[in-house]
Design a protein around this ligand. Structure first.
Ligand code: SAH
Ligand code: SF4
Ligand code: F3S
Length: 470
């Protein structure tokens, strides 16, 4: 048994990261455990968790399990959880109630993993109040799931590592889409923004070797994939932990040369966004003109308390440079309101940046204290009602600019990768523009997986409608 330890998770050692090719392997017994059984994986959180779930699903299928979309029919349920805010917790515990009920009537194995499993408080709670959960695994040991399933038959198994992980290269993947793929380029985060739990749940920054990333993208091209999204908590810092003088700009260039039709990347921290990277993005047509550039706050005072290492002015300067140098670029952001000590003036600064930048879109959050982070200990004098009012004001402004930006697309022709049926109407397909705008298109299913020219016929705040033109 290994239980998480936040103090250990905070440590950053200079131990060299190893790329390991052999940690994941199944024995003959494990390959049969799932035969004629069904699994259900529920994913919370960010793209990284989505992609981890693609690994989990592939591992389970190698064990013989088949997927079911109906949790009630599953013999194995795995929750891949997120710890970023309190409401993520609440959702998971809500579902656990339902699963407990299920477990009373049928034999079902339950696994609990992901970022919440990296939190000491959560695992302590599981050991005390959720003894019926069969196994718990962390973000560093997804490869170990087959062993946990095998061992959990007799007692609750908890295996969560707090030390920084290695890079493991041979984990299989079952991708959710046939046309676009997530590709991890790095794991973990070393930024330690004072509000954020991620550096504790995901460990220190570990970049994958360029050759392994490029090989993965080449394979995707050969399998007919049209789009890759390079994933990391802070992709602009890619390579800083490798001693090979190779940066995100080099990587983007090498990925562009694979010929994959569309390249995206998330998330960019403003701090590491350098001119080389901007030049590379504008140079290659297959690097999409879309950047997610979290602002977090428009107040330099709050940014300092957050440990973001840029000021309001520096953010705006970078934003303006991106807009100038990358033709037609769309920029979205993340904003937190109600950080401890955020005054009305600080909040006005945030609105001021939104008014200047007129973002294409923004994810907005009320600050949520995470146990173990420095901001959790800061004295907070603002009441929740005030924070919610600020969120409402901010959302109204963000929506206004989102609609204004979308309005510019009316009657224009844009290229869209049609990736799936529209969620509202199955005679429509949906896809995204190069600038990451969601478009619903009345089109035959033969167009699925194709990048087509679409004329925008109507525009809403969150999406657009369009028709294919020849
Ligand atoms: N690595 C990314 C962000 C990952 S988390 C980056 O640095 O930009 C996604 C978003 O969740 C963050 O950008 C932030 O806006 C929000 N977030 C993180 N911790 C939070 C907290 N404690 N309370 C509220 N929002 C938070
Ligand atoms: Fe969290 Fe900051 Fe790292 Fe993003 S850069 S994951 S907000 S610590
Ligand atoms: Fe959540 Fe972990 Fe992602 S905390 S946002 S799932 S890195």
């Amino acid at each position: 048994m290994n239980i998480p330890d936040l103090k250990k998770a905070r440590k950053r050692t200079n131990n060299k990261i190893e790329t390991k090719y052999s940690l994941y392997c199944l024995n003959d017994f494990q390959k049969k455990i799932g035969l004629s059984k069904k699994y259900f994986v529920k994913t919370y959180g960010c793209q990284m968790n989505e992609h981890d779930s693609e690994n989990i699903k592939a591992i389970l299928e190698e064990m013989g399990y088949t997927q079911t979309a109906d949790m009630e029919k599953a013999n194995l349920i795995i929750l891949n959880t997120c710890a970023i805010r309190e409401n993520a917790h609440n959702k998971v515990f809500g579902l656990l109630g339902r699963i407990k009920h299920m477990k009373q009537t049928k034999d079902v194995v339950v696994g609990f993993g992901g970022c919440m499993a990296q939190e000491e408080v959560i695992v302590n709670e599981i050991m005390k109040k959720y003894k019926w959960i069969d196994f718990v695994f962390g973000t560093h040991n997804i490869y170990y799931i087959p062993n946990l399933i095998e061992k959990a038959k007799t007692k609750q198994e908890i295996e969560v590592y707090s030390v920084e992980g290695d890079v493991i290269e041979n984990i299989p993947v079952k991708r959710d889409s046939k046309y676009k793929a997530w590709v991890n380029i790095m794991y973990g985060c070393d930024k330690f923004c004072t509000y954020c739990i991620v550096p504790y749940t995901r460990g220190k920054q570990r970049s994958r070797l360029p050759k392994n990333i490029i090989a993965e993208v080449n394979n995707l091209v050969m399998s007919g994939y049209k789009e890759v999204t390079l994933l990391g908590q802070n992709v602009n810092a890619y390579g800083k932990d490798l001693d090979i003088n190779y940066t995100m700009s080099n990587l983007l260039e090498d990925i562009a040369k694979t010929g994959i039709e569309r390249i995206r990347f998330v998330t960019s921290h403003p701090w590491d966004f350098n001119d080389n990277m901007i030049d590379t993005i504008s140079k290659y047509k297959n690097i999409m003109p879309y950047i997610h550039l979290p602002l977090q706050s428009g107040s330099s005072k709050i940014l300092k308390l957050m440990g973001r290492r840029y000021t309001k002015e520096q953010y705006i300067e970078l934003f303006d440079k991106l807009k100038k140098k990358i033709p037609n670029v769309a920029i979205t952001t993340d904003i937190i309101v109600g950080f401890p000590n955020e005054t009305d003036e600080d909040f006005q600064d945030t609105l001021d940046v939104v008014n200047k930048c007129k973002f294409d879109g923004a994810f907005t959050f009320v600050f949520s204290p995470r146990i173990g982070t420095p901001a959790c200990k800061m004295i907070d004098t603002i009441d929740l009602k005030k924070k919610e009012e600020r969120l409402q004001i901010l959302n109204n402004l963000v929506n206004q600019y989102s609609k204004e930006n979308n309005d510019k697309y009316l009657n224009k022709v844009v290229s869209v990768l049609l990736e799936d049926y529209s969620s509202k109407n199955s005679s429509y397909l949906k896809g995204y523009t190069d600038t990451m705008k969601l478009v619903n298109v009345k089109a035959d299913k033969k167009y699925l997986g194709q990048i087509v020219d679409v004329k925008i016929t109507s525009v809403k705040t969150w999406s657009m409608d369009g028709e294919i033109i020849n």
